[in-house]
Design a protein around this ligand. Structure first.
Ligand SMILES: NC(=O)c1ccc[n+]([C@@H]2O[C@H](COP(=O)([O-])OP(=O)(O)OC[C@H]3O[C@@H](n4cnc5c(N)ncnc54)[C@H](OP(=O)(O)O)[C@@H]3O)[C@@H](O)[C@H]2O)c1
Length: 314
């Protein structure tokens, strides 16, 4: 699935292109499935506009979309020691909405043995983000996960429970049962109630773009807020101002107010594999699409969120 200009899902085109070639430090993957995270929409749409400084001013420098991947190693470059042809892997690369993609071992790990390719493909970015976002969460703390039914949120609820927290998940009415089924001790329907006052030791904010003032009101005096993201933050910078304000404010208040920029790496994928194989984490696949339908997959994620993750089967 390729695109030459930025835009909504209509810009994605199903086309035959040359098979990519792996360099000496890379592997060629036969893609089995590609996870769709909201970052894929950002790269497709070229929004927020600041993103175009790095990814291409007039159109994306890399025309194939998709970043989360699960598949089989077809060719390993001559310097690659971590993987060999035939290995089943999952991870992050460019252009996973394709039959073949090139990946670096530094962003790959062996696929959890108890997952299908479809399940494994939705883990890499969302799972790593949840894991890193919860790094400061301590056993016994009261945690609030905002956006609990989303890609990052469905991982975060399960991980926070496995770390021994008392978890409250925030989602819309139709997702309450899903969030409970992930192990949340309590749920808040954000369409009917607000977050409450000063109860939480830890807040992971992945959705809704609430102001710092609102979030701090729900946070205990010595609590920690980690801002992962949230749509609706404006076309230019996409809500980065909230993170900057948090960084400026945090030295002067008793609460810790932090932003997160996920670091994609193999060690966290390995850690996620262990947690998954231990039975403490199960990816939620909300909808499955075929490769030729990838545009519909991105459209659904953007406009009719199914809960959990969307996956493209190749
Ligand atoms: N900082 C980083 O490095 C990093 C990494 C990955 C992702 N992100 C960002 O994190 C955010 C979440 O990503 P994602 O992949 O989880 O997105 P997602 O799968 O689209 O999930 C977003 C969820 O937000 C919920 N939601 C919408 N409005 C809400 C509100 N007012 N209050 C509470 N929940 C609300 C939706 O649930 P309902 O259907 O229940 O409304 C949806 O399930 C995105 O903005 C993404 O760009 C940042």
């Amino acid at each position: 699935m390729i695109q030459t200009t930025y835009g909504e899902a209509e810009v994605l085109r199903f086309a035959d292109i040359d098979r990519p070639v792996a360099g000496d430090d890379e592997v060629l993957l036969r893609v089995k499935a590609a996870g769709v995270d909201i970052g894929t929409w950002h790269l497709m749409a070229g929004k927020p506009y600041l993103l175009r400084l790095g990814f291409g001013l007039r159109g994306p420098k890399i025309p194939t979309r998709g970043r989360e991947v699960a598949g089989r190693v077809e060719v390993a470059g001559k310097n690659v020691t971590e993987f060999k042809p035939g290995d089943e892997v999952f991870g992050i690369c460019d252009g996973s909405f394709a039959e073949y993609a090139v990946a670096r071992p530094s962003k790959l790990a062996l696929k959890p043995a108890n997952l299908t390719f479809n399940q494994a493909a939705v883990v890499p970015i969302s799972g790593t983000t949840a894991l890193q976002g919860l790094q400061r969460l301590q056993e016994g703390q009261r945690a609030l996960i905002i956006g609990a039914a989303g890609g990052v949120g469905t991982f975060a609820v399960q991980l926070a429970k496995s770390f021994g927290a008392h978890v409250t998940g925030v989602c819309s009415t139709t997702k309450l049962a899903l969030v409970r089924s992930l192990g949340a001790d309590e749920v808040v329907d954000y369409t009917r109630e607000d977050l409450g006052d000063g109860r939480y030791d830890f807040i992971l904010d992945t959705a809704g773009n609430r102001s710092l003032k609102v979030l701090r009101r729900s946070l205990a005096q010595e609590g920690t807020l980690v801002i992962v993201g949230g749509e609706g933050g404006g076309s230019l910078h996409g809500g980065l101002d909230r993170v900057l304000r948090a960084a400026l404010l945090t030295p002067f208040v008793s609460q810790k107010l932090l932003g997160l920029l996920v670091k994609e790496n193999a060690a966290d994928l390995d850690r996620l594999r262990t947690i998954i194989e231990n039975g403490e984490l199960t990816p939620v696949v909300g909808r499955t699409f075929q490769l030729a339908e990838a545009a519909d997959a991105v459209r659904l994620l953007r406009h009719g969120h199914p809960g959990g993750k969307v996956v493209v089967t190749v």
